[in-house]
Design a protein around this ligand. Structure first.
Ligand SMILES: *[C@@H]1O[C@H](CO)[C@@H](O)[C@H](O)[C@H]1NC(C)=O
Ligand SMILES: *[C@@H]1O[C@H](CO)[C@@H](O)[C@H](O)[C@H]1NC(C)=O
Ligand SMILES: *[C@@H]1O[C@H](CO)[C@@H](O)[C@H](O)[C@H]1NC(C)=O
Ligand SMILES: *[C@@H]1O[C@H](CO)[C@@H](O)[C@H](O)[C@H]1NC(C)=O
Ligand SMILES: *[C@@H]1O[C@H](CO)[C@@H](O)[C@H](O)[C@H]1NC(C)=O
Length: 497
């Protein structure tokens, strides 16, 4: 009996000892596994990140591009993304707590064109011509690596070039020294192509002086007088108004319509054939409040819809996404399903804009992101910041080509659903446009009979031929610059070039 008990105790002790041992072994094993996988991951990550060749900054990102993104961000933040229906209502109550206006009041304030017809502006017959409107941002000369001088622009690339931006100060258009130099030189392009129209681009997202300028008849008159003198001095063909954006308060929307009306009347009174175009937001929630669309339709020759910046990195939307998708993706609903070119173009059309006055903006730049996890790299994956390529997430086509050519493991994906490419390598993820995606989007414009394409911008296309394959460069072959704009031109004007 006693011996047996002792045996049992011995067994128990051994068991305990064995159990302790097992636990220890498992612990050691698990921690070894964890440590080694962390080590492998960290090493891989470090090596991968270090081996990425990042292009030099070829682009000066103007303040106004960043301001627009900030504005969009605030707009999106103020809404609950999952509730598109209440989107319009919410943006009213958010924007101004003290304001008690509701949708009905906003609607009542809307101006509609007279039922008797518009006697001020009858568009000419040939206004159905396809347009290719190119924005040309004046060089800032801060970044000397890549400056687009007027002499490098192919005069046959676009039908219209918007040059600027000029600011509004004290209700007048201000032409600073850089812009003056540019405007004096840009007319050389018209000597080479007499059909080219050159417009003055006034405004931008950082121009805060519009509200005061439109507020009274006297102020608007000052603006129109300065406009006339600038157009005459530099022999320009018209004005592109880029106010981002009129608000639904303080009657800014109505005053904006009034301004367009007065500019048109002035053109008529002086028997001028100057053009008047308006750069407008692509986001429905903003456009609804900012514009009386039928009024714009009555007075403007055409509108340039800024159909880009639908997705970009922000702290409140930390996901990778496409800059300018043509259609929504299958898993996008409510607000997200409105953030694409097709929805925007049809929205403007449904609100009373003539189809041949809808000029659809296409970007030549992309947006870069830094992924959280290099293995999660599909559209919608988490991002933790701007990518290393470009500046503040803005990537020119030249920088993109540089990156693609100087790194080994760059995965390119063409998302057929949205007609948009993206690429990733390590933690870098970039949404961009290439010749294939722009061909597809230009064909869309043609197929649906819209007024044409707008390009933002000439400065971000590959005007210095970084994208060419690294074969010995032929000299003075002008058709290898601006590959993206050239592609759009060839689609819109069908083999005419
Ligand atoms: C959106 O709002 C609804 C109701 O107000 C709420 O139930 C939902 O959780 C909100 N979603 C987000 C992402 O905030
Ligand atoms: C809010 O409205 C009241 C009354 O209309 C006005 O006196 C006050 O100045 C407004 N406050 C702000 C911050 O606009
Ligand atoms: C705007 O005009 C005022 C005087 O009219 C001038 O003092 C100011 O410097 C101008 N601002 C800019 C940005 O040109
Ligand atoms: C494009 O937009 C229109 C109007 O919103 C819609 O009827 C059509 O289905 C859309 N096309 C695609 C392919 O999503
Ligand atoms: C560029 O132009 C030359 C002649 O000017 C022509 O032979 C060549 O095919 C063109 N290249 C492209 C890509 O259009």
């Amino acid at each position: 009996m006693a011996t047996q008990q002792a045996k049992y105790e011995l067994l128990k002790e051994q068991d305990n000892f064995r159990n302790n041992h097992k636990c220890l072994r498992i612990c050691v094993l698990v921690s070894l596994c964890a440590a080694s996988s962390i080590a492998v991951y960290a090493t891989w990550n470090v090596i991968y990140r270090q081996s990425l060749n990042i292009p030099p900054n070829l682009l000066d990102v103007p303040r106004s591009w960043i301001y627009r993104l900030q504005f969009y961000n605030e707009h999106f933040d103020s809404h609950n993304i999952s509730l598109h229906k209440s989107l319009l209502y919410k943006s009213i109550s958010h924007n101004n707590q003290n304001n008690t206006k509701n949708i009905k009041q906003i609607e009542n304030e809307r101006i509609y064109p007279s039922k008797l017809g518009n006697f001020i502006y009858k568009p000419k017959k040939h206004s159905t011509d396809m347009k290719l409107v190119c924005y040309y941002h004046m060089p800032t000369y801060v970044n000397k690596l890549s400056v687009l001088y007027p002499s490098r622009i192919d005069p046959h690339l676009c039908t219209h070039i918007n040059v600027g931006p000029a600011e509004v100060n004290d209700s007048r258009i201000v032409i600073n020294d850089d812009l003056r130099k540019l405007l004096e030189n840009i007319n050389e392009l018209k000597i080479k192509n007499e059909n080219l129209k050159i417009l003055l681009w006034v405004g931008g997202a950082d121009d805060i002086n519009f509200p005061q300028m439109v507020s009274t008849h006297a102020h608007r008159k000052l603006f129109i007088q300065s406009l006339k003198s600038v157009l005459e001095t530099y022999r320009l063909d018209g004005l592109d108004l880029d106010w981002e954006f009129p608000s639904a308060y303080s009657k800014e929307r109505q005053h904006f319509s009034q301004l367009l009306h007065e500019i048109r009347r002035e053109y008529q009174r002086e028997h001028r054939t100057y053009l008047l175009s308006v750069a407008v937001s692509a986001v429905e929630g903003i456009a609804y409040f900012a514009y009386d669309i039928r009024e714009i339709n009555s007075y403007a020759d055409y509108i340039n819809i800024m159909a880009y910046d639908y997705h970009f990195y922000s702290r409140s939307q930390p996901f990778v996404g496409l800059n300018a998708p043509l259609y929504p993706r299958r898993n996008e609903h409510s607000l997200l399903s409105t953030l694409n070119i097709n929805y925007t173009a049809h929205y403007w059309y449904s609100q009373g804009m003539a189809k041949n006055k809808i000029v659809i903006g296409l970007p030549t730049y992309g947006h870069s992101y830094r992924l959280v996890n290099p293995f999660s790299n599909h559209i919608g994956s988490p991002a933790e910041g701007f990518g290393s390529v470009g500046e503040l997430g803005f990537v020119s086509y030249s920088e993109l080509c540089w990156f693609r050519q100087n790194n080994m493991y760059v995965n390119r994906v063409f998302d057929v659903e949205t007609c948009s490419p993206y690429l990733y390598s390590g933690l870098e993820w970039i949404s961009y446009e290439d010749e294939k995606s722009l061909e597809c989007k230009a064909q869309y414009i043609k197929k649906y009979g819209f007024g044409g394409a707008m390009i933002f911008s000439l400065n971000t296309d590959d005007f210095a031929s970084y994208c060419e394959p690294k074969i010995p460069r032929k000299k003075s072959v002008s058709n290898e610059t601006f590959p993206l704009v050239r592609k759009i031109y060839s689609v819109l004007f069908d083999g005419m070039k």
